[in-house]
Design a protein around this ligand. Structure first.
Ligand code: DOR
Length: 428
């Protein structure tokens, strides 16, 4: 089956492409890339032609921080519903975190996920295995087995590895298998069971605050341990100015560290928490205006390599609770693209920077060969974007089972028009 995408403006920074091109796809791979008027006149008579005039075509977007919740929490999300939401958000690949039930801490759970994904996922699913058994921070998992079963990284995301000596072992062992360590940086003692950012707003609302230092001391520790072990370290969901200062400095010193943020950290602050709306409850918490400014600066200057959703769908019952008892998390996979496009619209980054942070760099950091590129012979994972379509996000638009988004009711501009996984158009 062949496919022709005609009229799109192609943005693929790895190949330095930023111009209109006609794309020919055959047997799931990119077969030709032609300048206007240069495409062969003779085409496969069965080829399906897509008119993509006015749209932007990019390498398939990759969300490297997603909670698909399966196995165990299928009432929140499943591999089928989570990947459907991913496709609607413009993503052709996702990396799914290990805080499932059972935890993805063994090759058999990893194989359960990849097996299910093969049958039920509409986009590529790359499991992230746990660093420690049961995410308890006490015993290492069998990284070699898990890597052979399909894990692309290890992380106890959702929980920090509190013991520094244990984290050192995690990094040393991960390095043996060339596995990326994705660190959830939170000092539990400093976070002290808090509910939101520590500051004037937490005092006004009477909620326990989580200081920025709870994140920063762990970022500093993990950077030092990565320096010691020479392990590849990726800091998840960075939310503070201080954490970015540490990461920027570490990068300058040559430490093998990368990081991501999520759109809520460049769009919202703790001041947005009004009426105890639990859709704003997330971990790390929404921070101050100064932190938000620093996150935007980090995206602009390249300290932040990746923008990921930290898609954390929850059941209504877990969010319809007093703020203190509600679950942490934002169902965000469908709003990453429009919210990141807002940074392009306001001139903070270029479209090519957006593609770097939503496709090329996640592919590079996770080591996904052949992803994040548009070149002849590569797998045809592609995203077609309408950068101009304006809409107001409604609960009913959210494809994920988790409707817990603070962006409901917000005017957004730009969204995915189509996604192709190995040349196959996924209905969105
Ligand atoms: O808000 C969050 N929710 N942060 C995390 O680190 C975990 C996630 C979840 O699994 O719900």
């Amino acid at each position: 089956m062949s496919l022709i995408i005609r009229g799109a403006h192609v943005v693929s920074p790895k190949e330095k492409i930023d111009k209109p091109l006609e794309l020919h796809i055959r047997s799931g791979r990119i077969a030709g890339l032609y300048d206007k008027g240069k495409a062969p006149a003779k085409i496969d008579p069965d080829a399906k032609v897509i008119d993509a005039g006015g749209l932007v075509l990019t390498p398939g977007l990759i969300d490297m921080h997603v909670h698909l919740r399966e196995p165990g929490f299928e009432y929140k999300e499943t591999i089928a519903t989570g990947t459907k939401a991913a496709a609607s958000g413009g993503f052709t690949s996702v990396a799914c975190m290990a805080n499932t039930f059972p935890v993805n801490d063994s090759a058999s759970v990893t194989r359960y996920i990849t097996g299910k994904a093969e049958k039920e996922a509409c986009v590529n699913v790359f499991p992230v295995g746990a660093m420690t058994m049961g995410l308890k921070g006490e015993r290492l998992c069998e990284y070699g087995d898990m890597r052979d079963a399909g894990c692309v990284a290890v992380s106890d995301d959702g929980r920090p590895v509190m013991d520094a000596a244990m984290m050192r072992r995690v990094m040393e062992y991960a390095k043996t298998f060339d596995l990326l360590c994705i660190s959830h940086c939170e000092d539990e003692a400093l976070a002290h069971g808090g509910q939101m950012n520590e500051g004037a707003k937490s005092t006004v609302l009477g909620l326990t605050g989580i200081p920025c230092a709870a994140e920063e001391v762990m970022v500093a520790r993990d950077v030092l341990l990565a320096e010691l072990t020479k392990c590849r370290l990726h800091i998840a969901h960075v939310s503070t100015k201080g954490a970015l200062r540490i990461i920027k400095n570490a990068k300058k010193r040559g430490v093998n560290v990368t990081c991501e943020t999520a759109p809520h950290y460049f769009m919202l602050t703790d001041d947005d928490i009004t009426d105890y709306n639990t859709n704003y409850k997330v971990n790390p918490p929404l921070r101050s205006k100064e932190d938000k400014k620093a996150v935007i600066a980090g995206i602009k200057d390249g300290t932040i390599d990746v923008i990921a959703s930290d898609h954390a769908p929850h059941h209504d019952d877990e969010k319809r609770a007093p703020f203190m008892y509600a679950a942490f998390g934002i169902s965000g996979i469908q709003t990453v693209l429009p919210l990141t496009l807002s940074l392009v619209q306001s001139g903070v980054i270029s479209m090519s920077d957006l593609v770097m942070k939503l496709s090329c760099q996640p592919a590079g950091i996770l080591g996904l060969a052949g992803k994040g590129v548009i070149k002849v012979g590569a797998c045809a994972d592609l995203t077609l974007i309408d950068t101009k379509k304006a809409f107001t996000l409604q609960t009913g638009d959210i494809v994920s089972k988790g409707k817990n988004s603070p962006f409901i009711g917000r005017e957004l501009k730009g969204c995915a028009q189509a996604v192709f996984v190995s040349g196959k158009r996924i209905s969105i």
